[in-house]
Ligand binder design. Structure first.
Ligand SMILES: *[C@@H]1O[C@H](CO)[C@@H](O)[C@H](O)[C@H]1NC(C)=O
Length: 520
């Protein structure tokens, strides 16, 4: 008995090793990518903070403006709290939790995912201080970028900027509404009163965004240089689509149908899905409504939405009659020179979700060049994730801290300067450039889980701190990967059949031991 048990254990271990050598460890990738959100935290850090080189920061954000804006996330390698990419990141984290929660439970990460979402939504609750007021940014890009210092030493102005009826911002308010609605769905099984609270904010924010129309960069010009939004119609449709999913209230579906043409929802055929452009996301979410048979009298318009969803998926999958998204020779989607990888990451997430929707409907993706099985679409999404994790011409991982080789000169203020718990002296604004930014050595802190900007159109990557286009990690790039890696983990045959998930609470998620090594 003992012997056969031991042989069985060894067999399982060997199988696990073989499997690991054939593919990537997506479980570790999920775990790592969630650490990035802890490293980006602004405000008072909680007792269970796992990224130990970070300390409290931004504790007076909003003080001058007499509003409590402590908390939220720093955007990337800097310390500005930009509302638009932060809200988009929370939407993406929430969408991942909605679709792939079971897999997240299976790898003991659901509690961390909910905490990552809540760090954003708790901040948005503060920032949405009145029904028609949304504080949309803390910190100023120019003055912040003039300094190279740790968040804990911050000496730059923490100016806060708001939207109100005289200073509208339908894109920013719309995305924040979408984030709150998506988070409300993600939280519903775990804390229904928090979910209800998020929904109240989502509805008010949508109303505010829709009623007072305008581009947020006209109201917050300081964001223009960094996050110019190309329009707000997509965010209005996006917010309404998420509110429909969260509430099942048909008036939101009516909104996206009534405005389908005027807001470009059924007009725009796009190849990009990002913090700026949500059309493909709207089109794919509405395809699900159609395929679920919930279209009713709106079926005709929803079919038009799905035609554009198909355009996006076919273009990414290179089956779109030549109107395809560009790929690098190594196979990575290539959309922008600056921080391209975030666009590949968000597209891959979206394709994985669409593949699942098509599968559930027993449907196929109809492309001009071929009919594509959902499984093929998923494999394309996987190819993007695998490129990111190391299956690329440089054989390096673009997730910091994952695998053997990854960027070590990451363009990130906190990661590149010794921790305040190691170096107690203040590192001044300009001093940071001389003492830390220009050092040839690797960063003293590994910013685990951050997705950097990644290689150029020829798969070339220069691991240099001054090469911010390639070496800066972002929230919006990393957020969709949490869901994508969770999905890919669940496809792994050794892990596919997990036990039924139990309820998780943020902070108190029960941790099961790694199944294979301990349970057999
Ligand atoms: C659920 O959310 C409410 C409202 O935000 C909060 O007061 C409460 O502590 C949460 N409950 C748990 C168990 O986390």
């Amino acid at each position: 008995m003992m012997n056969s048990r031991r042989i069985f254990t060894t067999l399982i271990l060997v199988l696990t090793i073989i499997d690991a050598s054939l593919g990537f460890d997506y479980k570790e990738a999920v775990d790592k990518s969630l650490l990035f959100f802890e490293a980006q935290r602004s405000g008072k850090l909680p007792w269970n903070q796992r990224v130990k080189w970070r300390g409290d920061s931004g504790l007076y954000d909003g003080y001058q403006q007499k509003v409590n804006l402590v908390g939220g996330y720093y955007d990337a390698g800097d310390h500005v709290k930009f509302g638009l990419p932060m809200a988009y990141s929370v939407t993406m984290l929430s969408w991942g939790a909605i679709e792939y929660g079971r897999s997240m439970m299976d790898v003991n990460q659901m509690g961390h995912v909910l905490n990552a979402i809540k760090w954003g939504t708790d901040y948005f609750i503060k920032a949405h201080s009145q029904p028609n007021v949304l504080w949309g940014q803390v910190g100023d890009g120019d003055s912040d970028h003039y300094c190279w210092e740790r968040a804990e030493d911050m000496s730059t102005p923490r100016t806060a900027y708001k939207l109100d009826p005289e200073h509208p911002g339908s894109d920013l308010a719309g995305e924040t509404a979408a984030a709150m609605a998506a988070a409300a769905i993600a939280f519903r099984p775990y804390n229904s009163s928090y979910s209800d609270l998020l929904l109240v904010h989502a509805k008010q924010l949508f109303w505010f965004a829709d009623r007072f129309r305008g581009l947020f960069t006209n109201s917050i010009p300081s964001a223009k240089e960094f996050y110019t939004s190309s329009g707000y119609s997509d965010e209005l449709l996006w917010a309404a689509t998420w509110l429909h999913r969260a509430t099942k209230d048909a008036s939101y579906l009516k909104y996206v149908v009534d405005n389908a043409a005027s807001m470009g929802g059924t007009g725009w055929a796009v190849k990009e899905f990002s913090w700026d452009n949500k059309y493909a996301g709207v089109q794919i979410l509405l395809s699900k409504v159609l395929m679920d048979g919930d279209g009713g009298s709106y079926t005709a318009t929803l079919k038009q939405y799905q035609a554009k969803a198909n355009y996006f998926a076919c273009a990414c999958h290179q089956k779109n009659e030549g109107y395809n998204a560009l790929l690098t020779p190594g196979g990575l989607l290539y959309l922008h020179e600056w921080n391209n990888m975030q666009y590949a990451a968000s597209a891959a997430f979206l394709l994985a979700v669409y593949s699942d929707y098509l599968s559930a409907a027993k449907s196929v993706l109809k492309c001009p060049d071929a009919n594509v099985q959902p499984q093929e679409l998923l494999l394309f999404a996987k190819s993007q994730a695998d490129y990111i994790l190391g299956k690329n011409p440089k054989s390096m991982s673009y997730i910091v801290g994952y695998g053997q080789t990854y960027p070590i000169h990451v363009h990130h203020r906190g990661a590149s300067i010794a921790s305040i718990f190691v170096l107690h002296l203040v590192v001044g604004c300009v001093q940071g450039f001389d003492a830390w930014y220009r050092r040839p050595q690797a960063n003293p802190n590994i910013i685990h889980g951050g997705l950097v900007g990644g290689p150029d159109k020829n798969d070339k990557f220069d691991d240099d701190r001054s090469n911010y286009e390639q070496t800066e990690p972002t929230m919006s790039g990393t957020a969709p990967l949490v869901g994508l890696f969770s999905k890919l983990h669940s496809m792994n045959p050794n892990h596919a059949a997990g036990p039924t998930p139990t309820k998780a609470q943020p902070n108190t998620c029960k941790f099961r031991q790694t199944k294979v090594l301990y349970f057999y």
